[in-house]
Design a protein around this ligand. Structure first.
Ligand code: PLP
Length: 390
């Protein structure tokens, strides 16, 4: 092992512009670097209690928000594990890679599953869900709020309204939405909402989040549900009521999350959401002006991740690679059937006008180097014009 390697492995410039994990602001980094606290001591309890209180308005819930040591996928699994009983049937919406993952998790847990297969560039039509749930009874409709592989956003309000008075739950992954796209869990009737720390919440990966409705609690607490131990939501709710986690809490990450939430609340939730929307729109306007069209064709385009079609004759992987080699700008391609065909850029968390303009400067440079023809400067001009509109 080379113990002489430099400690700073991400020297500037290193522009983390992925759709997660996202760059962690200095205030949050400093909070994470504070001394490790006793996970059941008074200092940490105070931080945890405040963190949970600051999360509730982001979820749009009056219920408790539970915190876990987990990635987003762990939370997707935990969501299903807690509401299912053996042999129950789920309706899973698949319109991208994370919808596919939800279906795969449901299958691994032994659930009976039906899927609604939607074109990856689209969001599910609530009418299709209405049709399916009237023809067959389901324990839950399961879907991804903000499909990070495509940039399509589901209409949770409309879907929630369909299920509110039925025994069917609405289980939602908002791993890449929460904090950047509006969520009103209680008002919209989302029964289980899960998320994670490393996207719009501006923290490193490692903290999972979940809040659930009374309707869902009745299932979590029933006899005969799937067996679970670490993931049992009952333990986490009991824990949070005493301002602790059932197992050793990721104290440093939660200190970071606490600080990130203070930043969000200092700015104000509506302004934070508006900033995400405005920057995503500016990035899309700039990209369109240089021939990068949006992959998603739905009216509800994501404010947190922009997914662009790669122009004919170019390879998405080469664009991603060259942006990193030449500019240390780290964006994403695709790790699914869209590999090579799309590029994805995060517009979530601690990002500002200069970030999207720099993205466009680097994109223009690399696309032109790779032989794509467009008017140099047009992207930056279009994004600047979009930013000036509001
Ligand atoms: N769901 C969505 C919508 C995501 O974007 C991601 C990660 O990119 C995940 C789930 C999985 O999260 P993790 O990689 O933290 O397990």
């Amino acid at each position: 092992m080379d113990t002489t390697a430099p400690a700073n492995l991400a020297p500037a410039p290193y522009r983390l512009r992925l759709p997660g994990p996202t760059a962690v602001p200095e205030r949050v980094r400093q909070a994470i670097a504070r001394p490790v606290l006793a996970h059941r001591g008074a200092e940490f309890r105070a931080i945890l209690a405040e963190t949970e209180a600051l999360l509730r308005p982001l979820f749009g819930t009056r219920n408790r928000v539970m915190l876990f040591t987990s990635t987003g996928t762990g939370m997707m699994e935990a969501a299903l594990l807690n509401v299912l009983a053996p042999g129950e049937r789920l309706l899973v919406v698949v319109n991208g890679q994370f919808g596919e993952r939800f279906a795969a998790i449901a299958k691994a847990l032994g659930a009976e599953i039906d899927t609604i297969e939607v074109a990856w560039s689209e969001a599910v039509d609530p009418a299709e869900i209405a049709k399916r749930v009237s023809a067959q009874s389901y324990r839950a409709v399961v879907l991804v709020h903000n499909e990070s592989s495509t940039g399509a956003v589901a209409d949770l309000a409309a879907i929630g309204a369909l299920l509110r008075d039925s025994p069917t739950l609405l289980v939602v992954d908002s791993v890449s939405g929460l904090g950047g796209i509006e969520v009103r869990q209680d008002e919209w009737g989302v029964d289980v909402l899960v998320s994670a720390s490393q996207k719009a919440l501006m923290c490193p990966p490692g903290v999972g989040l979940a809040a659930i409705s009374d309707k869902a609690w009745r299932l979590v607490a029933r006899e005969g549900g799937l067996s679970r131990f670490y993931w049992d939501f009952r333990k986490y709710r009991e824990g949070i009521e005493k301002a602790e986690l059932p197992f050793t809490a990721p104290v440093s990450l939660i200190q970071g999350l606490h600080e990130a939430l203070r930043m969000i609340h200092d700015e104000g939730i509506p302004p934070v959401l508006a900033r995400h929307r405005r920057l995503a729109e500016a990035l899309r306007a700039g990209a369109a002006a240089i021939g990068l069209t949006s992959f998603a064709r739905t009216v509800r385009l994501s404010s947190t991740v922009s997914v662009f079609n790669v122009p004919a004759g170019l390879d998405g992987g080469a664009i991603v690679r060259r942006l990193y080699e030449k500019h240390r700008t780290v964006i994403a391609g695709a790790r699914n059937k869209l590999a090579g065909k799309v590029i994805r850029i995060g517009t979530m968390g601690d990002i500002h006008e200069g970030d999207v303009l720099t993205d466009l400067i680097h994109l223009e440079d690399v696309l032109s180097e790779l032989g794509h023809r467009f008017e140099r400067g047009a992207g930056i001009a279009a994004a600047t014009a979009a930013l000036q509109k509001r």
